[in-house]
Design a protein around this ligand. Structure first.
Ligand code: SF4
Length: 372
């Protein structure tokens, strides 16, 4: 590598620091790579130095390691070598997040007791909607087709359908539905005899033998659910990435922030929608971003990881970590990895201070796990 050059970190490749390690989020290729904290600090603090000058600050093995770090960045196309003048020509990516919508995500549990197209017509004036409709019982295909036909002239950004498996829905029927209703982005068939995921098709078609509509399937935190995109990353910097601009209607017609939350804002048949959508109470969770949440604020995954405010570790503390997270950012281990210990073993939780890490204990654990 030409160490006499300056380096430019591509604007869409964003380093995020965690307690033990950092990541580079490539928001275009939708990938992440782990990097050590030392390299994170260089990427943040030494943007305007020649590689040679950075490497020469170190001695012996460390110098060698530093050269390898830059080789890694170049090989993986995170950086671009350039001269000093070129460096000035690339502005950083704007990290602001703006939306013309007041509601952009709508989840409805299907019921014969209300008219879904009518509800959507009332809500669509508050934003362009990504909709998920959940069917709890086997519903005749003709009922689903009638609903889709009525939704065709609504202002829908995308539609996800969660349907219990039925032999009535054959591949040919599905193909025709996908062709006729191109706003459908995903089908999820649950309680199926076998698992099958066609996640790269359009729309995605997922067959799962699990009953994903049970409460226990919501709020899980896993790398499988990480969302690496500019929109979600920047939204997570300022807002709660699960509940911001979300409205849910359960099968009894109750309006909620989340279907698993107890709080209801009234019935869709009677409530003043405008008043609810702009009320302080309804928007209470919107601004609880990952940087405000205990433990998550020290986790390298915080801007790509979904948040859950329904299932939280300490219900009396609205800022506590999602209860279904099995990652410990203080030692960089998931529960199923060797050497894992829980977050609770790495510090203490108090009502006033939230989670306070036991620095000495974590240092000793990391020494044992990862070496010096
Ligand atoms: S601690 Fe868990 S829930 Fe919080 S950001 Fe990290 S992985 Fe996500």
């Amino acid at each position: 590598m030409e160490q006499n050059s300056y380096y430019f970190l591509f604007a869409n490749c964003i380093p995020v620091r965690g307690y033990t390690r950092a990541i580079i989020c490539d928001l275009t290729r939708k990938t992440i790579d782990f990097i050590p904290i030392q390299l994170f600090n260089i990427l943040i603090e030494s943007k305007k130095n020649k590689i040679k000058d950075i490497v020469q600050r170190y001695k012996g093995d460390e110098k060698e390691i530093m050269s390898e770090y830059f080789d890694f960045l170049l090989e993986n196309e995170y950086i671009y070598l350039c001269d000093k003048d070129t460096l000035k020509k690339f502005p950083p990516l704007s990290k602001s997040w703006q939306s013309p919508n007041h509601i952009s995500s709508l989840i409805i549990e299907y019921s014969e007791n209300f008219c879904i197209p009518e509800i959507i017509r009332n809500i669509e004036e508050y934003g362009k909607l990504e909709i998920q409709i959940r069917f709890f019982t086997k519903t005749p295909i003709n009922t689903i087709l009638k609903l889709l036909s009525e939704l065709s002239n609504r202002r829908i950004c995308s539609l996800e359908l969660i349907i219990p498996f039925s032999n009535e829905i054959q591949d040919k029927t599905l193909e025709k539905i996908c062709l006729d209703y191109q706003f459908i982005s995903k089908f999820i068939f649950y309680n199926t005899p076998k698992e099958n995921i066609k996640d790269h098709s359009t729309p995605s078609i997922i067959y799962t033998h699990q009953n994903i509509l049970s409460e226990s399937h919501c709020g899980f935190i896993s790398p499988h659910y990480f969302n690496i995109s500019i929109d979600s990353f920047t939204e997570s910097l300022y807002y709660n990435n699960c509940l911001n601009q979300k409205l849910c209607i359960n099968k009894d017609g109750e309006i909620k922030n989340c279907l698993n939350m107890d709080r209801s804002y009234g019935s869709i048949h009677k409530a003043n929608l405008e008043k609810i959508i702009f009320s302080k109470e309804f928007n209470l969770y919107n601004k609880i971003k990952k940087d405000s949440i205990d433990v998550c604020k020290e986790c390298e995954f915080r801007y790509i990881c979904s948040d859950c405010r329904t299932f939280i570790k300490y219900p009396e503390n609205i800022y506590s970590q999602p209860a279904k997270c099995t990652y410990n950012p203080y030692i960089a281990k998931w529960e199923d990895e060797e050497g894992y210990v829980s977050v609770e073993e790495c510090g203490t939780y108090s009502k006033n201070k939230g989670f306070v890490v036991d620095v000495k204990k974590v240092e000793a654990l990391n020494l044992e796990l990862w070496g010096g």
